[in-house]
Design a protein around this ligand. Structure first.
Ligand code: ARG
Length: 467
């Protein structure tokens, strides 16, 4: 048989020595992980090649056996990549599927590969290698998203829009400044990814079942061969630790939360009522019944992906909670959560990068909205403090009366006449009109991290060096 089992073998060839009969069908179904952990085939084979090479180097297996093993493993790699490999559920998982096939290909030498290791350290290795690669991909994807935002921020360093708190117009800001807020968020996500890679970068192989091994292995050699900084230090912790997976999921959850906030803003901004942006055709869909509609489906799906990613984090936290040291089979449930979250976060970041790059910014609409809602009231109050010398609390009161008057007249603050303003406070002069426009408002906010175009450009330059 292609999977290396013989038709009449009723007990498992890997651990069957102690068992008289094969597993019940239900047992086989609940026990097997090959349906999902076959995703780890490349990592499994890489790990086995490094392990066999080290075993030979240490004189634990012969160079001849090592050559056969490495050759056989490379053959299996090509078979899997060509799609010709038959995975068997009877063989439980990727580790035993590969090893059984190796036995068919090279005979008894295959049995020497599993010297001085266990599936416990093997799966810890395979999974760490996989998560490490995924983190590296995530780092790249986040950098691309940040770069897309920097370009939009640069283009729109002077474009005014309303800034919101409570989703109520607060003060005018620039669209560039708003973009840079997301750069900060995704920048933190990226730094979390980098931190996680540093912590993950220890090699588990050689911890064996949990206690280490009596064979004279060289764990520093396998660690280096597999691109890890160093071997893990405690064999018990090594086979029971899934922090690297939990960290990946928490990083993904926080990033997904950021993406969902952006997605929500895109949904709001692209409504006809707001009309701040127009999504490209590439990232929106039409309605089958309402011809006028252009729906922000991609943004909505990004917003929704947060649910499943958060779900995966909670699932794995719950699996790991209360597990005694060291390995327990519960931990086999780690992979599907991470695989699913990885696929979702990759897709969500890519879709968002595309939307940010492609969307049309409607500066005229943003500017019109920026001026409504008395967004420059704070500027008027600040001017009363600066130019008239009022205490801020009094200035707040005077401004409140001006807003009430404008509201009553149905006009903007800058449209009140000097006479009207002087009726509220006689010390007000013509110069007030220089601060109550939205452009003057944003230009004045030059404080470090503020919304003034000159300051936004400084923030962009700081980030350009870091992408
Ligand atoms: N398929 C297992 C997993 O994913 C591999 C480790 C099995 N170890 C064991 N002692 N049964 O966790």
């Amino acid at each position: 048989m292609a999977d290396g089992t013989s038709e009449n073998a009723s007990s498992n060839q890997m651990w069957g020595g102690r068992f008289a009969s094969g597993p019940d069908a239900i047992m086989e179904e609940i026990n097997a992980s090959i349906g999902f952990d076959k995703k780890l085939y490349a990592q499994d084979i890489r790990g086995s090649i490094a392990h066999a090479t080290m075993l030979a180097h240490q004189g634990i297996i012969s160079a001849e056996d090592k050559d056969k093993i490495v050759h056989g493993l490379n053959t299996i790699l090509s078979e899997i990549e060509a799609g010709g490999f038959e995975f068997s559920r009877k063989l439980e998982d990727i580790h035993m599927n590969v090893e059984a096939r190796l036995a068919t290909l090279i005979g008894p030498a295959a049995g020497r590969l599993h010297t001085a290791r266990s599936r416990n350290d093997q799966v810890a290795l395979d999974f760490r290698l996989w998560v490490k690669e995924e983190l590296q991909k995530t780092e790249k994807a986040l950098s691309a998203l940040i770069a897309a935002f920097l370009d939009r921020a640069e283009e729109h360093a002077e474009t005014v829009m309303p800034g919101f708190t409570h989703l109520q117009t607060a003060q005018p800001v620039t669209f560039g400044h708003h973009c840079m807020a997301y750069v900060e968020m995704f920048g933190r996500d990226r730094s979390r990814v980098r931190d996680a890679i540093v912590r993950l970068d220890e090699c588990p192989i050689g911890a064996a079942a949990l206690a280490g091994t009596g064979y004279p292995i060289d764990r520093h050699m396998t660690a280096a061969a597999l691109g890890f900084r160093e071997p893990t230090r405690n064999s018990i912790d090594t086979v029971s630790d899934r922090d690297f997976a939990l960290e990946f999921l928490s990083i993904a959850s926080i990033a997904a939360t950021h993406l969902s906030r952006l997605a929500e803003e895109i949904v709001i901004w692209s409504t006809p009522q707001f009309g701040f942006i127009r999504l490209s055709d590439a990232f929106s869909t039409g309605s089958s019944i309402m011809p006028q509609k252009k729906n922000p489906d991609a943004a909505e799906l990004v917003r929704a992906k947060t649910g499943r990613i958060n779900g995966s984090l909670i699932a794995l936290l719950t699996v790991m909670k209360g597990l005694p040291l060291a390995y327990s089979k519960d931990m086999q449930e780690d992979k599907e959560q991470v695989f699913d979250a990885a696929e979702s976060i990759e897709l969500a970041i890519a879709a968002m990068t595309g939307m940010v790059r492609d969307m049309t910014i409607r500066a005229d609409r943003m500017k019109a909205a920026a001026g409504s809602g008395y967004s420059t009231a704070t500027d008027l109050a600040d001017w009363l403090v600066r130019a008239v010398g009022l205490p801020f609390r009094d200035a707040h009161h005077v401004t409140g009366r001006a807003v009430a008057l404008a509201e009553q007249k149905g006009c903007d603050l800058s449209e009140l006449s000097l006479t009207e303003l002087q009726a509220i406070n006689p010390a007000i002069t013509e110069a007030v009109y220089d601060v109550v426009t939205v452009e003057a408002s944003v230009a004045s906010r030059k404080s470090f991290g503020g919304t003034a175009p000159v300051e936004v450009r400084r923030q962009i330059a700081w980030w350009r060096e870091r992408v």
